[in-house]
Design a protein around this ligand. Sequence first.
Ligand code: HH2
Length: 265
Amino acid sequence: MGIVNVTPDSFSDGGRFLDPAAALEHARRLIAEGADILDIGGESTRPGSAPTPEAEELRRVVPLIRAIRAESATPISIDTMKPAVAEAAMAAGATIWNDVTALGHAPTSLETAARLGCDVVLMHMRGAPATMQDDPVYEDVVAQVSAFLLARAEAAMAAGVARERILLDPGIGFGKTTAHNLLLLAHLDRLVALGFPVLLGASRKRFIEALARRPAAAGERLGGSIAAALAGAAAGCAIVRVHEVAATVQALETAAAIEDARPRD
Ligand code: HH2
């Protein structure tokens, strides 16, 4: 899944693709590099970010989705917490609702997802982006994130979302310390064992710099991003959400080929 952020303030590429022509060009490039899905976002969820008004978010994402759909069959995901934005995105040609609030932001989110019949990504976040990094504490982060995701999947199904439409995401960096992120990355197999496809979004996130021996600005975290993507693939994650598609695809292909060549007993 390649990321197209149409925002002025995303943590790693804010402002680069706010211009519609630049965003479309970026989407084309990610498809050419091997993205199987494009994730379009019009509201930044980086730590401390302010909410985006609905009309502005619609203005950023809907024409872009239409333009991509007019020239490509690559599946499109809309990264939004607003039901009205998800609905407009689906009408424009998206088929996946990626919601960092696990359909918990608006009272109508669950029923809207059920009515739209789209795939839904349910992500774990602690609190809201404005405050989520204020001293996050968990007793057992893997167990708590798993329990939360399972409860949200059950709520979605109770509202009428089909089981096979649901994907789960641990929400790396969303209300988590570096230690929490590492525990989640080391136990992705436990999330996969819940029985839903798992999406992993670790690309360019801050924990990579926290682990590095040298400072690494957001655009300098490709190595760590690939390491996390490979860990996700090895644990059975279905989708990795990344900024740098070409290098990630190459890494995944090489890792898969090495795995295939391993002796089996
Ligand atoms: N991370 C970000 C945004 N959306 N969605 C899912 N399902 N999983 C994630 O890990 C995830 C996400 C944050 O990254 P980015 O899109 O690069 O930045 P921003 O939120 O600042 O636009």
